[in-house]
Design a protein around this ligand. Structure first.
Ligand code: ATP
Ligand code: MG
Length: 429
């Protein structure tokens, strides 16, 4: 097949067989967030490149290697969003949503774009569901974000499949001090570092902590740890978070090497990880970014949020066979019509039934066909009833109603009584 007729590598079609599970995830999440008082925000997919360069930070993988950046017709550098936080902060500032210390609890969902090596659980267009909260400085809101994700896992049946990792990155001063200590320690061992880590030693040394290289990890065993450098306020904040998680019985592992890939985080960072998806095990990641709004030129505004990878959650639900069966429900009825007059009457009847029976799933046979072939299609659709409309039925204004899922008798039902009959059927389902 010619290349132009193929999707771009790492960008996937989500086919009809899969959309029900996507909708299930999205509606489960939206309902859950409603219950905690969060509001949806919808953001553009394109932003000025500078927003991400400044927000996410030079020296991060995302900005240095993964952005889809191009000049538009006006020679302006634009970027397909690689994540949602920067755009959300931009919108909040632009519309004054966080002014006067207003609390904002927002969520969004949609595609993100990163030029990565495509593999299972890692794509170039992928989807996140994210949450951002503004003007809530305390650990109570960090806890709420974790608590509500835990509730989501429970609703999806994933509670036993994921574990929570937690760390505190401290204040930016504490981080700077720690960075110097880490760099000094690693400089002495520069030759033993892997190439990526050698480069990161100047660009983003904290990222070395989550290097996958075994020799580098071995070197890090004796390295200074971030927790020894935490400032008092951050330590208290972290204790406050842990106390709340303990109070609601959410288990966590402290991971002193959890640093996250984006520059804007400080204090709390967390990840929900699973061991069921191989290397791409992080399904949800987030943290606090009290400095980001100020960095964009706004009044200093506390912020905290997370994003989860929808593809990874879909994979996880499929891997663990946790996809509910009733996601694509069968139609209640399927109308078979024979002859042109009956076809017209069927269309009219169907529309009247849709007016009168909320929630009705009704198919009307398309393209005519013999009794046998229409009946076969009705059966294959999974409908509970075939509604038969031929010349005789037309003349006496009835339909033949044949149960397809049990061996009840076919009976004639008057058109006027049909809505009631189907409403009962919708209610039962
Ligand atoms: P990773 O370490 O897996 O690269 P990340 O730290 O780059 O993740 P974040 O920027 O924190 O990821 O994004 C939040 C979540 O979005 C991730 O935990 C993951 O579930 C999902 N995600 C990130 N990048 C991709 C991708 N390329 N394809 C699919 N999902 C992704
Ligand atoms: Mg990444």
């Amino acid at each position: 097949m010619s290349k132009s007729l193929q999707a771009i590598r790492g960008m996937n079609d989500i086919l009809p067989g899969q959309t029900p599970i996507w909708r299930y995830l999205e509606t489960t999440f939206a309902q859950l967030l409603d219950g905690y008082g969060y509001s949806e925000i919808r953001l553009p997919i394109l932003e000025f490149t500078d927003l991400f360069a400044r927000g996410i930070g030079e020296g991060t993988d995302v900005v240095d290697k993964e952005m889809y950046t191009f000049l538009d017709r006006n020679e302006e550098s634009l970027t397909l969003r690689p994540e949602g936080t920067a755009g959300c902060v931009r919108a909040v500032l632009e519309h004054g949503l966080s002014g006067g210390g207003q609390v904002q609890k927002l969520w969004y969902t949609g595609p993100m774009f990163r030029y990565e090596k495509p593999q299972k659980g890692r794509y170039r267009q992928f989807h996140q569901i994210g949450v951002e909260v503004f003007n809530q400085p305390g650990p109570d809101i960090d806890a709420e974000l974790i608590v509500l994700t835990a509730r989501l896992w429970k609703r999806l049946g994933l509670a036993d499949a994921v574990t929570l990792q937690l760390n505190s990155l401290g204040s930016s001063e504490a981080r700077a001090e720690y960075r110097d200590a880490l760099v000094a320690y690693l400089r002495e061992r520069f030759d033993q570092l892997d190439e990526d880590s050698q480069r990161r030693l100047t660009t983003n040394p904290l990222r070395i902590l989550d290097s996958k290289n075994a020799q580098t990890q071995a070197l890090l065993v004796g390295a200074p740890t971030l927790s020894d450098y935490l400032d008092e306020a951050s330590r208290e904040h972290f204790e406050g978070l842990k106390a709340r998680l303990d109070a609601v019985g959410i288990a966590y592992q402290i991971n002193p090497k959890l640093v996250r890939g984006l520059d804007y985080y400080g204090r709390t960072v967390f990840e929900w990880v699973t061991d069921k998806l191989g290397a791409q095990g992080t399904v949800c990641a987030g943290g606090r970014y009290d400095g980001l709004v100020g960095q964009f030129g706004g009044k200093p505004t506390p912020g905290v949020g997370f994003a989860m990878g929808v593809e990874r959650l879909v994979l996880l639900l499929e891997t663990l066979a946790l996809v509910p069966e009733a996601l694509s429900p069968a139609p209640h009825a399927y109308i078979c019509a024979f002859g042109e007059a009956a076809e017209l009457a069927a269309l009219e009847l169907a529309e009247r039934l849709r007016d009168r029976v909320p929630g009705l799933r009704l198919l009307v046979n398309g393209g005519g066909g013999s009794f046998k072939s229409q009946f076969k299609k009705a059966d294959k659709s999974g409908a509970r009833f075939a509604l038969i409309l031929g010349e005789d039925e037309l003349a006496s204004r009835v339909v033949g109603c044949k149960p397809l899922r049990d061996d009840g008798e076919q009976q004639n039902i008057a058109w006027d009584a049909l809505a009631e009959h189907l409403a009962a059927c919708v209610e039962q389902a």
